[in-house]
Design a protein around this ligand. Structure first.
Ligand SMILES: Cc1cc2nc3c(=O)[nH]c(=O)nc-3n(C[C@H](O)[C@H](O)[C@H](O)COP(=O)(O)OP(=O)(O)OC[C@H]3O[C@@H](n4cnc5c(N)ncnc54)[C@H](O)[C@@H]3O)c2cc1C
Length: 504
């Protein structure tokens, strides 16, 4: 039987499973689909195993969602993540439609020698953590749903949902919870790692707005975690990334906020970079919580002149906007001023990619406590363009409500930063990336001395266990205990991995 037929049969079986049993029997789909061939697979520990076709067919028959193997219709699309530099081929992909499917997939992975397991939500991981070669990918793209209760001011967000869905549904009631700045980013990855965004200084990180989560842990159990139930797991999920299981549901607190904010970009020629960064260094830490501002110094591909820009969002009263933006206006006449009253949901979509997989990319990041003159000089003097790539240095602002939470209140351990400094290059997919990556590493060596640790959501491909552990700072020991309890076999290892210290 051809694989394609296998999938179709699987779908028919899945459809039948959702019907009442008699109808299902009458449809004659009660048996597992015919088995595909055995496939070679990789365990989390790197061992080679063979997955029996019969076991895969059994799994497929029990799911409502799909199992995809190489050659199947949807496999190519499902295996891809945002950054095309990661061109990996999972041995099998499970696309669950609900919690029951996720539990079955996790059981399957654990029972097959702890298969290498990747969990994909929005696929934005900069280091390709949501895909793998030879293991299992749980692709949550069929598991997207956001429900809002405007009276209780709560949102329930399934683990595969994208940020844009959360903003769209919440803002329909003029309610908001902090999400990131690109609407096709996944809630699954962004929220479990922290969650910076345009209203985070005002309302805290995404994790600070969580009331509860539901998590499928490595034993296949569904656990609710909140401050009252499994509080250790709740603490760990808020900054510990995907280390403890698949989050199937996030419950968020929502805050009243008007739809219209004063926001947008203002751009100056790169010759003004020092002035703009100096203003930023002084003003950003002192700014009111309702103001979010990031800078971006960039050299476009094609050899065009570089620019320095500020991206702002003022979510306070519109009448106060000009006063709050005064330090920016004092910079003088810009090359472009696109700051205006605009719809928050439109703003949240304004940075979306038109052609998401056209360009490979590589980034480095680190938290900064301040921006001394020497750091500004290192950025401005060290930045070198290349017509073949986009080169950029930018800042995700922290402070405000984010910084008023103690470092050990959640697993997210970098509350004291002024912001997250990032340097990135991107190039046309297909071009040789080595020169661009090499250049960025050299450039970052100039900036790194001013940084401390990194945002786990910007984890690098070549991060060492030592640097990952140290990055959790004083929270690391507690994270190990939680890992030992909920994932002693390290099934969930494709993340900023906390290694268990017990034998499974
Ligand atoms: C264009 C772009 C814009 C960004 N903007 C912001 C921003 O404004 N603010 C910000 O804070 N960060 C931002 N980031 C970083 C972002 O937070 C991380 O890339 C994050 O990991 C993306 O989540 P994802 O679900 O899309 O990624 P994925 O690649 O799908 O997953 C990333 C990690 O999360 C795990 N994971 C995914 N879903 C779940 C789940 N349901 N349960 C448990 N683990 C899960 C995966 O296993 C993997 O380890 C941005 C990244 C990009 C590429």
């Amino acid at each position: 039987m051809k694989r394609r037929t296998f999938v179709r049969t699987t779908l028919a079986a899945a459809a039948a499973v959702s019907l009442p049993r008699r109808q299902s029997l009458a449809s004659g789909f009660q048996e597992a689909p015919q088995a595909p061939p055995d496939i070679d697979a990789i365990t989390g520990a790197g061992g080679q195993i063979t997955l029996r076709g019969k076991d895969i067919a059994d799994l497929a028959a029990r799911l409502r969602g799909r199992v995809l193997l190489a050659g199947d219709d949807w496999y190519e699309q499902a295996r891809q993540i945002l950054n095309p530099s990661f061109d990996k081929h999972p041995g099998l992909i499970v696309q669950p439609t609900g919690v029951a499917d996720i539990r079955m997939a996790v059981d399957f992975a654990r029972e097959h020698d702890n298969l290498l397991l990747a969990v994909k939500c929005g696929g934005h991981s900069a280091s390709g953590q949501s895909t793998c070669d030879g293991g299992m990918m749980i692709d949550l793209s069929l598991f997207r749903d956001v429900r809002v209760d405007p009276i209780a001011r709560r949102a329930w967000v399934t683990g595969g949902s994208l940020l844009g869905q959360v903003d769209h549904e919440s803002m329909a009631y003029e309610l908001v919870t902090p999400m990131g700045t690109v609407s096709h980013t996944g809630a699954g990855g962004l929220v479990t790692g922290g969650g910076f965004g345009r209203v985070a200084r005002r309302f805290g990180l995404s994790v600070d707005n969580l009331v509860a989560v539901d998590v499928v842990t490595s034993d296949g159990e569904l656990r609710r975690a909140s401050k009252d139930e499994n509080p250790d797991l709740f603490w760990g999920v808020r900054g510990g990334g995907g280390n403890f299981g698949v989050v199937t549901n996030f419950e968020f607190e929502l805050h009243p906020m008007q739809r219209q904010v004063v926001a947008g970009r203002i751009l100056f020629p790169i010759s003004r970079a020092r002035d703009v960064l100096r203003m930023y260094a002084d003003y950003a830490p002192a700014a009111r919580d309702e103001l979010s501002m990031g800078f971006n110094v960039f050299l476009p591909p094609g050899g065009e002149e570089g620019m320095v820009g500020l991206g702002v969002c003022w979510s306070g009263p519109e009448s106060e906007a000009e006063r709050v933006l005064e330090p920016i206006r004092k910079l003088g006449t810009p090359q472009l001023d696109a700051i205006r009253a605009m719809d928050y949901v439109a703003l949240q979509r304004s940075g979306d990619y038109d052609d998401p997989r056209a360009r490979g990319s590589y980034l480095k990041s680190g938290f900064v406590a301040e921006m001394p003159e020497a750091l500004i000089a290192s950025i401005v003097e060290g930045l070198e363009g290349d017509p073949r790539r986009l080169t950029a240095v930018f800042m995700q602002q922290s402070g405000g409500s984010i910084g008023r939470v103690p470092n050990d209140a959640t697993a997210f351990a970098h509350r004291d930063a002024m912001g997250n400094l990032l340097a990135a290059v991107d190039w046309k997919h297909g071009d040789d990336p080595s020169e661009h990556i090499g250049w960025l590493k050299q450039f970052w060596a100039r900036l790194e001395p001013y940084t401390q640790g990194f945002y786990t959501n910007d984890l690098e491909v070549d991060a060492t266990a030592g640097s990952i552990n140290a990055n959790y700072r004083g929270n690391y020991d507690r994270l190990v205990q939680i890992k030992n309890k909920y994932d002693p076999g390290n099934l969930f290892r494709l993340n900023a991995n906390v290694r268990p210290t017990v034998r499974a």
